[in-house]
Design a protein around this ligand. Sequence first.
Ligand code: ADP
Ligand code: MG
Length: 701
Amino acid sequence: MLDILQREIKFLVGVGPKRAQLLNTELGIFTFEDFLFYFPYKYIDRSKFYKINELNTTLPFIQLKGKIIGFSTAGVGNKKRLIANFSDGTGIIELLWFKGLAYIQKNLMLKTEYIVYGKPSNFSGKYNIVHPEVESALKAQNIISANLQAHYNTSEKLKKSFLHSKIISKLVNNLLVTLKDKLPETLPDYLLEKYKLISLKEALFNIHFPQNNDLLKKSIYRLKYEELFYIQLNILQKRSYRIHKSKGFIFSKVGDFLNLFYERNLPFELTGAQKRVLKEIRKDIGSGKQMNRLLQGDVGSGKTLVALMSMLIALDNGFQTCIMAPTEILANQHFDTIKEFLSGLPVKFDLLTGSVKASARKVIHESLLNGELQILIGTHALIEDIVQFKNLGLVVIDEQHRFGVAQRAKLWKKNIQPPHILVMTATPIPRTLAMTIYGDLNVSVIDELPPGRKPIQTLHLYDSKRLRMFGFLKQQIEQGRQIYIVYPLIQESEKMDYKDLEDGYDSISRAFPPPKYAVSVVHGKMKAKEKDASMSLFVRAQTQIMVATTVIEVGVNVPNASVMVIESAERFGLSQLHQLRGRVGRGVDQSYCVLMTSYKLSKESRKRIEIMTKTNDGFEIADADLKLRGPGDIEGTQQSGIAFDLKIANLAQDGQLIQFVRDIAEEILDVDPNLENTENQILARQLKKISNKKVDFSVIS
Ligand code: ADP
Ligand code: MG
């Protein structure tokens, strides 16, 4: 059978080239299949008819059944309106139209029984419905189901061409009639049976024309199951393929570099979580397969140290390694940290950023190529073509969401054989999401903070309490602590934000005058040199207050800073607030995060602030974030595009189902890795179809 589902939409009864064009551009519908999987966004129960004498203004959209007993018009110009008096025997209500009067009057008849649908309102004692939907009661009986009526998203353009929800519903009806008995099943019988799923045909039929609530639920479940199941099957199969295929360098031994560091230089005990993660990494890099691991750990959990120790193992096995950070400040900081950690050890390391002079660069390039330089720390500058390693064995990428997939791939190409990859992120991704967008990655989690840290106390203050807040800051400074004060930075209104920061800086300078106090400032308009100078004053505790925009968001480490004040906190997203808060609480002192907001807060902003004051747990916050914003907004999902490809499942809400179908997919692949068994032919076929269509989002590096 030539696939009828791939037929162009213009060939559907009732569509034609003109409507097809609109469906293409407005809804991305090109084929019968696209249309079949264009699902309603809501359903209205149309089994209940109200009586006119029961109406009140609190009712939502309702329907009435009755007849038009007369027409009149009123008003002039654009106030001109058509009024139909509508009666159902219990009372009379006015139906009103302000547009298309002539057309409507021509098409509506007296004495015909109609079903009227809309939201009633009361105008000086009389009920009316403005622009109701009206359809003949006789016709309504003939469409497939009149009970739960599906509503489809349309656009202004579509509505102008009369392609509103009701017409779309009719066209879908035509489609289902056309496809009758020609809809192939896409899941094998044994899955349908075992998990009590209804057939695809029944599900598609009922998703558009639900016969009852129960069948609607079963349809939604079946379609979500299928959608998520194939995503997981696809990811898992690619993954096992990659594991079988891609060879990796074998780091078999631990040698002097790591041992010396461990014995002489490691200033503290590793946390249990750090030890566990190191074990996971060692297992990967010793396996002969290329490592592709995501290291998640809350801010301050000690990821850098884990990275450094992994890098030393690379050295022990004769390989070079590099660590790449998203900003120059961060790269500098990694350089400083690593320098301190490695002091006195015979390791050659260097820093490469945009600010490094050409002559110094040349030296770096040469010593990389001849293998002398063992560890390179840097920014995007590492990806430039001219940067060539002699034998790059391990790449560490910090704060992964800031690098695009293509950029990572570039690093990958530098070797004949791909190096091991360790991606570190402090923005925890909820498990189910990680499983779906980074399904091909192995995930390690540091879920324990180094000992002795006191949980940060987070408070919410309204702007009117700023003077009290200043008083508190003075106490903290008195005790020798340092303070961050952060202002929002939103690209579109950079000027305005800059002004906020300037005004804030002025009032802070007045409240904290020299010589007793010293204030640093860092913002995006400063040159890198100025930024670094200002930053390093704060790092060396020569200033007590750092006024900044979000440029300080990632990574900076000043353990003596104990207060993070976030101005206009309502303008930040949850994960950003959490990142900022993570700049404090790095030392032994009690730390505080103060969220300043105006009185006026949207419901969502209030919720975000509430979550922040309630928990310090990055994973809990990530989950809340996913629920509040939906997966489309979470960093990483945009690149992968997956959140937008989903037709019915929802990554934020269907976490359990994702886990469930992933386990099922794993079980199937365990038994039949290449999907060769007869009963799995449907799976193989369907998978092929899916992976032909979709971009590959399963590989991160
Ligand atoms: P992040 O995970 O945010 O990158 P860092 O690696 O910057 O965290 O570590 C935060 C701070 O904790 C650093 O000052 C680091 O030296 C320190 N640290 C890391 N591991 C431990 C440990 N096991 N015990 C005590 N302090 C640690
Ligand atoms: Mg870090």
